[in-house]
Write a protein that binds this ligand. Sequence first.
Ligand SMILES: Cc1cc2nc3c(=O)[nH]c(=O)nc-3n(C[C@H](O)[C@H](O)[C@H](O)COP(=O)(O)OP(=O)(O)OC[C@H]3O[C@@H](n4cnc5c(N)ncnc54)[C@H](O)[C@@H]3O)c2cc1C
Length: 369
Amino acid sequence: MHDLTVIGGGVIGLAVARHFQVAVGWQCLVVEREASCGLGISSRNSEVLHAGFYYPPNSLKARLCVEGREQLVAYLQANDLPLNMCGKYVVAETDATSELERLRRQGELNGVGNLEIIEAGWLQRRYPELAPLPALHSPGTGVLSADALVHFLAGEFQAAGGDLAVKTSFVGMTNTDSHYELALEDSSGERITVSSERVVNAAGLSALEIAQVAGFDYAERGFELRYCQGSYFKVTGARGRFQQLIYPLPTANSLGIHIKLDLQEEVSLGPDARYLPELVEDYSVDPGLEAEFRRQVRPYWPAIDDYQLVADWSGLRPHIFVDGELRHDFHVLEEGPAGCPGWVNLLGIDSPGLTAALAFGPYIAQLWD
Ligand SMILES: Cc1cc2nc3c(=O)[nH]c(=O)nc-3n(C[C@H](O)[C@H](O)[C@H](O)COP(=O)(O)OP(=O)(O)OC[C@H]3O[C@@H](n4cnc5c(N)ncnc54)[C@H](O)[C@@H]3O)c2cc1C
């Protein structure tokens, strides 16, 4: 019998399992469908350590982003994992400076310090290829390696005695009075049953489906999942051109197509936001999107037309709609009221999930206190 079973070995599932195995001392099991951890959303994102000023005060995203960011910076530094605290600028047209001020105030309310509005012209003096626009400077933003983080978490979890079963899918649940019986299936189709006192469903894009398979009727609660694809284009010949991330103002369902840097200072543009017609994990990038990418980036980086863009890769955001309306916040749902105490479904864990990852375990522990 395990104290806790976590379904899904992405960054969230591993961070939760590590917390309970290492910090709390429980015996935990992680089941991961793929041959290796972190191949889902955790390997297809901007790898930005967000400061926490985008999210409404008192939202779970604001809380877990700010708490998780602090924990993650300390964790990455203590374990010598890659992190470039490069900072970022959010730029706005001059007549939208009030939006920058709104983000700054929101950041302050969320506990994000050091946010500063920079006058039009300053950023262009630093980067002559940019338009002379005012910007919000966030020195507390950085870039990390999601892959290095995932593998370090998995290693630490196992070194502390945690059990990790890869190529193993959760396929069903029976709730007894004292614990959960979980049906698992390996890649050859063989089934086993394991027992667990508590369960966290951290299955990313499949989390809503798994909740339904486990018997939680989210359709009745008005929940619907849609995959919101975010594509990226590589900017050839621009390596080292920028040392900071440059973002436009956020849109209704994304942070906007930004200048993304990796740890080698390679430059990409993305992600955009478009809903897939079906719940199919389609990661193909349509090269025909290039003109739209240029159109959105040109207002703040007019020199983009001097560069070639190459369609690169994409990621999928698990967007949750309730009664037809997009719900932006994370859903951390303890199912005690549905007769399943100790079962938590994590739904809609899109950005800033990577930044917030280490805060999920302590938050769930509080729910169970
Ligand atoms: C385009 C994009 C850009 C983003 N940029 C950022 C960013 O810059 N900064 C940031 O903080 N966040 C960002 N995010 C969000 C962040 O990437 C996610 O919040 C985070 O990676 C979610 O991790 P996860 O563990 O929930 O999901 P996943 O990594 O998808 O893990 C879920 C795991 O569950 C497994 N699984 C599924 N079904 C089963 C089953 N039946 N049995 C067993 N296992 C199963 C899957 O194989 C998978 O490994 C971005 C997301 C996207 C899509």
